[in-house]
Design a protein around this ligand. Structure first.
Ligand SMILES: [Zn+2]
Length: 282
C-alpha cells in the first residue's frame, strides 16, 4: 500500500510525521560529522587590543646648512616675521642669506599649506620656525581654551609633517597684550600664558615695533621707525612677511646694514633667549 494512503487510512497525525523526518535528518548529519577528520591544531585568531602601539609616519628631519649663525652680544637683534610664509618670504630668505644673519618666523598654518617648500628652506638655512596660529582667527582661537589648544596642535602637527620638528616657541596673534581676546573670553590670555609656560612652551612678544602692520607704509618709514628704536641689550623686532608687506622686504637689507655698522649682532630666538613679555591686558 502506498504511504500516503497508509497515513490516510491509519490517520497518523501530520505532526508526528514531521518530527520523525526531523529526527532522521539530525541523525544523518551527526553521522557525517562523526566521519569528518578533525584538524590537529586549533586555529588561533589574532587578538586585537585597544592599547595597541601604532607607529605613525615620522618625517625625516631636514639637515641644516652651517650658515646664518646666531651671534649673541651686548647688542643683539632678533628679527622676527609674523603671518607668513608668503611669496615674499623667499625674497626675505635671500637677503638673510646674503647678509649671513638668522631670523625667527612665526608662521601661520593656512599659509604653510601653500608654502611647504619655504618652511623647508627656513629649516635648512638655520632659522627658527616658530608658531603664530593655525587660523589666525581671533574669534575662534580666543573663544575658549579648547579652541586655542586645538589650533596650536594643528599648526604644530603641520610643521612636524614638513620638517619633522614640533616647535615650542610661539607668538600670540595680537601679542599677549592684545585687547581683542577679552571680547570673546575674559581672562583667557592669563590662563593660556600660565598654562603654556607650565608646559614648557615659550612665548615671545616684541620690544621694537617696525610699525609695518599699519597699511601702506613706505620702506623709508619702516627703516626709520626700526633703527631709531634699537638699543643695547635684547632687541626683538616685530616685522611681517605676509603677502601685502612688500615694503618690509625692501627695508630689511638697509636695517641689517645699519645695525651691523653700529655694532649689533643677530640671533634667532631659542628657548634660552630672554623672553620679552608684554603686560597682559584682559
Ligand atoms: Zn599676526
Amino acid at each position: 500500500m502506498p504511504i500516503k494512503k497508509y497515513i490516510k487510512k491509519n490517520k497518523i497525525p501530520i505532526i508526528i510525521i514531521f518530527f520523525l523526518t526531523l529526527n532522521i535528518i539530525l541523525f544523518i548529519t551527526y553521522l557525517i560529522k562523526l566521519n569528518t577528520p578533525k584538524p590537529k591544531f586549533k586555529q588561533i585568531k589574532p587578538k586585537v587590543t585597544f592599547n595597541q602601539k601604532i607607529n605613525y609616519y615620522k618625517p625625516k628631519t631636514i639637515k641644516k646648512d652651517n650658515i646664518n649663525p646666531s651671534v649673541i652680544s651686548e647688542k643683539t637683534i632678533y628679527l622676527t616675521f609674523d603671518d607668513g610664509p608668503s611669496y615674499l618670504t623667499d625674497t626675505i630668505l635671500d637677503i638673510l642669506k646674503k647678509e649671513n644673519v638668522p631670523a625667527t618666523f612665526f608662521v601661520i598654518g593656512t599659509q604653510i599649506d601653500k608654502y611647504a617648500n619655504t618652511i623647508k628652506r627656513m629649516q635648512k638655512e638655520n632659522h627658527t620656525i616658530a608658531l603664530h596660529s593655525n587660523t589666525h582667527n581671533y574669534s575662534y582661537i580666543y573663544a575658549n581654551e579648547e579652541n586655542y589648544y586645538n589650533d596650536l596642535n594643528q599648526i604644530r602637527n603641520k610643521v612636524f609633517q614638513i620638517v619633522g620638528i614640533k616647535p615650542r616657541i610661539i607668538r600670540f596673534p595680537g601679542g599677549s597684550s592684545n585687547t581683542v581676546s577679552k571680547k570673546y573670553n575674559q581672562g583667557i590670555m592669563s590662563r593660556i600664558t600660565n598654562n603654556l609656560t607650565e608646559n614648557s612652551f615659550y612665548y615671545f612678544d616684541w620690544n621694537i615695533d617696525s610699525t609695518d602692520a599699519s597699511g601702506n607704509i613706505s620702506q623709508d618709514v619702516i627703516y626709520q621707525n626700526t633703527v631709531n628704536k634699537i638699543h643695547s641689550g635684547t632687541n626683538i623686532i616685530l616685522m611681517h612677511d605676509a603677502a601685502t608687506k612688500k615694503t618690509t622686504a625692501l627695508a630689511l637689507e638697509n636695517i641689517i646694514k645699519y645695525a651691523k655698522e653700529n655694532g649689533y649682532t643677530f640671533a634667532k630666538i631659542t628657548k634660552n633667549t630672554p623672553q620679552i613679555h608684554h603686560h597682559i591686558n584682559n
